[in-house]
Ligand binder design. Structure first.
Ligand SMILES: C[S@@+](CC[C@H](N)C(=O)[O-])C[C@H]1O[C@@H](n2cnc3c(N)ncnc32)[C@H](O)[C@@H]1O
Length: 363
């Protein structure tokens, strides 16, 4: 899609899927963060005007709607910081905000400016004074790849309890990799935080895949957990990846759950060919794939508690607990997993169940 110049533009199907992930994640995450902290911050660094041409809500309104209407009432201070470099879009957002009943403990700050400059100033101040940001979720949703320097995201993620959800425009990056203008190439190097990205232009093979892996590895340098969701266009070509980076185990789990709800087929990919309002057809069976992965990982390790497998699945794979239990049930049925009748604490295991304290062997 060409970058829209008007204040409002038409929503695309993949944007609805992106919003659905955001909505579901915040629905789970706001109450968790809110119950542990007096102050939490949501930064929407490329917030847009708050509405699409057809009347659909944009990310700032979606977020506020989740926080305002959550069945678990929010307490403490919630800061919503909306940044956009276009004055017309910020003005439009301000108009939209007037239509909401915002509770007094919500601090909503629409601000004109460039994301990296605004957040950079806040991080400078924090780093100078040796203080920490309040727990922050940053939604970084640019049209292209400029204005999202890796160094900034790195500084943000180094702060305790801060996480980022990033639209990473890999298709445009790929198209501009060999651009003759230095300034454009500079933006790509800045976004990756390394000029390795440029060297991908000279390599053979799937460049999109290589760019994805490079960015994922860069994020992994500062975040324990990194997940991505692939967005494809009408021609089924990868357009961008939604990356999520966090150091929080529970946040990671909640994001995986949000992604699985949007793509129950589990490829963590949404294509514009599919209608976002319908369930995506199951394109493959997660049970079989996970069962194979678990066999490769745990065969030869002897008798292990299910909790070890559970932790591995939650922290190191795209899958959820329910997929693990289905995979174990299937592997036990075919004899590739044997189950000890006695659990870790000495009690008997109930047939066909895989609680954390059951003990299994991958054969
Ligand atoms: C993809 S749109 C955001 C859509 C919005 N997040 C949503 O989901 O409804 C990107 C927005 O970023 C703004 N923008 C572009 N460069 C920017 C920058 N460096 N800093 C802040 N905003 C920027 C554009 O004006 C545009 O409104």
């Amino acid at each position: 899609m060409a970058v829209p110049l008007e204040t409002l533009w038409d929503i695309e199907p993949h944007t609805k899927a992106k919003h659905e992930i955001l909505r579901r994640y915040l629905q789970a995450w706001f109450p968790i963060l809110n119950s542990w902290n007096d102050r939490i911050v949501y930064v929407d660094g490329f917030c847009g005007p708050g509405r699409y041409k057809g009347g659909e809500p944009g990310s700032p309104l979606i977020t506020l709607e989740v926080a305002i209407n959550h069945r678990q009432a929010m307490r403490g201070k919630l800061v919503f910081w909306f940044i956009d470099e276009r004055e017309d879009r910020i003005l439009h957002l301000k108009q939209e905000l007037k239509g909401l009943s915002i509770p007094p403990h919500f601090k909503v700050r629409p601000e004109l400016g460039k994301f990296h400059e605004r957040l950079g100033l806040v991080l400078d101040a924090m780093e100078t004074s040796g203080t920490n940001l309040a727990p922050t979720f940053a939604f970084i949703d640019p049209f292209g790849f400029s204005g999202i320097p890796y160094t900034l995201i790195q500084r943000l993620l180094k702060q305790e309890r801060c996480e980022a959800f990033i639209t990473f425009m890999v298709d445009s990056i790929n198209r501009f990799l060999e651009h003759p203008r230095d300034s454009i190439v500079r933006h790509i190097v800045d976004a990756f935080g390394t000029d390795e990205a440029i060297r991908i232009a000279e390599s053979s093979g799937n460049r999109i895949e290589k760019l994805r892996v490079l960015y994922q590895n860069q994020l992994r340098r500062v975040a324990k957990f990194v997940r991505y969701f692939e967005m494809r266009d009408q021609e089924d070509r990868t357009q961008y990846y939604l990356f999520f980076a966090t150091n929080n185990e529970l946040g990671h789990l909640k994001m995986k759950e949000a992604m699985w709800r949007v793509d129950p087929g589990g490829e963590f990919r949404f294509s514009d060919e599919t209608n976002p309002n319908q369930r995506v057809l199951f394109e493959f069976d997660p049970t079989t794939i996970l069962a194979k992965e678990l066999g490769d990982r745990f065969r030869g390790k002897g008798l292990i508690p299910v909790s070890t497998v559970h932790k591995y699945v939650e922290n190191e794979t795209a899958y959820l607990e329910k997929h693990m239990r289905n995979a174990l049930r299937e592997e036990a049925r075919t004899g590739r997993v044997t189950v000890d009748p006695i659990k870790v604490g000495g009690q008997k295991r109930r047939v066909n169940t895989f609680p954390d304290d059951a003990r299994i062997t991958f054969t």
